[in-house]
Design a binder for this molecule. Sequence first.
Ligand code: SAH
Length: 345
Amino acid sequence: MKRIYDYDLKDLEEYVVSKGYKKYKAKQIYHWLYKKRVSSFDEMTDLSKDFITELKDEFIIENLTLVTSQVSKDGTTKYLFSLTDGSLIESVLMVFDYGYSACITTQIGCNMGCTFCASGLLKKVRDLSAGEILNQIVYIQKELDKKGERLANIVVMGTGEPFDNYDNVMKALSIINDPLGIEIGARHISVSTCGVIPGIKRFSKEKVQYNLAISLHASNDELRSRLMPINNAYHLSELMSTLKEYSKENNRRLTFEYLLLDGINDTEKNADELKELLKGMNAYINLIPYNNVKEKDYHTSSEKKALMFYDMLKKRGVSVTLRQKKGDDIDAACGQLRANYSKGN
Ligand code: SAH
């Protein structure tokens, strides 16, 4: 069976024409999928019975099943889904003052090997298809539909490296962004990379300009290579010059994510180095409390230290924000719920 969410409007048009139907039928299906958000072909009442039968023979709509979910005191909801091949993925719904934000997964496991991250505890098994990425958003939006609410924001920051699954991620985002699709504005969609330079270069040429976030987490090469093996392939100097090019072309503000790792990257020296790194860039640093991972020997900086580091950066003229902690009473860290579930905890 094929996944209908893997088909964008153009693919659907080709499909319906190949079956001898008029091209506009594709738009009807698309509308049922993304505006009405139906779960079965039988609900597509403006299609003929025969056409519905043909669609049912060839396609599935939903390609994920909820295995379990956890709701945090602050309203953060973490979903564990199983895909049609039994693989497990997670998605997270967060509530902010500006609205609902969903964090989605792009790969089963991850090969980037960041030493602090729970996702890498389970190596990459495969990439998610566009439809498997998209279904996470459709699922969450359907949950919100029950309350008459809308997703305001999408962050591609779940398990996986989006630029290691570039085409499928972009195809999913194009349907999420499409006014005929889920219709979430590009400015409300962010993609986070650990620093895959060829991906950043491609991304800078995209017609639709989504936000770009870079997981920086270190202020010099020696430390970054220790924390993030990707830095051995793409050094900081090359990363920063690529990002400067990106900024010039797109005139968009970059986000640098910076985990607060106690005693590792939160000193005066780090603040000095960050100031130098970001000099002249249209960018800000988002300081993120580290969600402790049992298997890892890292700890988040204390609240006091986090504020001190925030002040150090402010004093140096660096644009900086301190992210509020979300869902720390549930398995909130990237890949944690899935890793724990897979171990049978
Ligand atoms: N591969 C991409 C996107 C997935 S990771 C990237 O590296 O950006 C999403 C973000 O979560 C990254 O900034 C990552 O470094 C961070 N992260 C990983 N483990 C974490 C943890 N235990 N606590 C908080 N953030 C974590």
